[in-house]
Design a binder for this molecule. Sequence first.
Ligand SMILES: C[S@@+](CC[C@H](N)C(=O)[O-])C[C@H]1O[C@@H](n2cnc3c(N)ncnc32)[C@H](O)[C@@H]1O
Length: 198
Amino acid sequence: MAFTFFFRDLPVLEYAVERTIALSMGRMRIKVWDAGCALGQEPYTLAILFAERLGATFNNLYLDATDYDSENNFGDVVKLATYKYEELQRIPVDIFKKYFDAQGNDLYQVTDRVRNRVFFQYHNLLSLKPHGSDYALVVCKNVLLHFQYAERIEVIKMYHQSLCPGGYLAMENTQKMPVEIEHLFEQVVPDAQLYRKK
Ligand SMILES: C[S@@+](CC[C@H](N)C(=O)[O-])C[C@H]1O[C@@H](n2cnc3c(N)ncnc32)[C@H](O)[C@@H]1O
């Protein structure tokens, strides 16, 4: 089972969302790709952060959440978006009340409004086939560490190809940009692995 949780690494996600909204001003669509989304905790966190900031234009968000899992059940879990209460305790109470509906038996479902903006698909990053194009933000956290160094380089190049001009790539803080492809991105802030496509 993939280790992850709601509202993980919140400051970087919040900052990435704010920069992405600024980049997407005036566009009809805000396209985001969460690569290695596990059971949905990270993409729904992102979608909630967008919902909080976008208000009426939240429906402009298209958040593709992809993962590769051997048991082939991630898609069902992400689409259902129903979680046990114990998994939701890190979420601020006001956000929890606003974005989760009680289902009984200690289970809570992400509201339809948010669920409808997240699109799960199976995708193997090592296929090196971009899942889509023109993304304003790609989030790939705690995934690349599973790959060999040369594979990481190829996967990050794929993200570069998938991003729109000036689009953002967020990785976990221990994941440095390989020197071989440093020229493709600029680091946005010194203390976070948030990069902007050059
Ligand atoms: C530790 S979880 C990270 C979840 C979330 N991104 C986070 O940071 O909390 C790692 C995820 O990477 C996925 N993964 C590993 N190899 C992959 C591959 N080749 N293609 C797509 N996803 C992969 C795993 O299935 C798992 O869900």
